[in-house]
Ligand binder design. Sequence first.
Ligand code: NDP
Length: 327
Amino acid sequence: GKVLVSGANGFVAVWVVQTLLEHGYSVRGAVRSADKGKHLTKRFASYGDKFEICVVPDITAEGAFDEAVKGVDAIEHTAAPFHFQADDPAEVLDPSIKGTVSILESARKYGTNVKRIVVTSSAAAMMNFGPNPQTLTEKDWNDQAVKELEELGRQASPRAKYMAAKTLGERAAWDFVKKHQSEIKWDVTTLCPPWVLGPVIHEISAPDALNTSCKSMYDIYTKPDAKANNGWWVDVRDLALAHVRSLQKEEAGGERIFIAEGPFAWQDWLDAVPSPKYQKGTPGSGKGLVQLLSYENQKSIRILDLKYRPLPETAAAVVKDYEERGW
Ligand code: NDP
């Protein structure tokens, strides 16, 4: 089958494209400009006509994906801004919400072969902080960030703006399916990863240009004072495989799935690969940090049959990547 991947030049997406190709799929990668497709065309040249680029300059425009969805059997919708820099909330809200609705709308109208659409959501769409540590599941939604945005608008924290954008973007997908149920022959799966980390295969000129999660990782390895905080994480290669399995497993249809290996403290990454070239932080100080949020990942293992890479393996791959790039 042929799969449309939106935002195909992004950190997560290039791994998704590569994993799809490795599993025998044909891929149409949607990028914002022809220039952004060049690296991909070169990287996947050995796949011949099994890989092609299509240009969608503005994903928020009506009918943006009308041409892109024609003839594909499935869609992996990964395109969305991930940064904590937004001043005007629309910078993150519009591409997340309108971008999602626009690709679903194009699929409704012109995606006659489409059977499944996977939307890359985020654990940011599940988070709800309480006063005490708690465990979240796929039933949880980040109403806090949406409320903060509603109350504070532009004054809301950039983090809340991003989290609200992911929450509302994912909601828009489920609302669309509900509203158009009788007219569509496809279903939706949403994947909710927390920090996505690992080696980089998308086009990157310098560490400063890294995507948000990889930049945080790079800063940990190269700048003194590892952040004394923590979170949950998944290797980008496992998340890419989750995108492929979501197309292959019938039971994934209509499901929202949290995708993560487990918790980490930033210090854990330094402890995993002690190296004279990179930061040491304070070895062992990651142990015992209280995680305010924990999650259950059983659903991903049950439905997608994932076997998550452990942190030391990802840490080694990341450091090897830096060394090969001379970073
Ligand atoms: P990247 O920044 O590497 O990739 C983002 C992709 O989305 C790029 O192709 C980018 O295109 C595109 N994009 C960004 N803004 C817009 C816009 N306004 N209009 C159209 N396209 C846009 O990020 P990631 O690979 O990390 O993120 C991919 C997805 O995964 C996102 O949906 C993100 O929310 C989600 N995610 C990521 C996590 C992480 O830790 N990395 C964690 C949880 C979820 P361009 O290059 O042209 O800007």
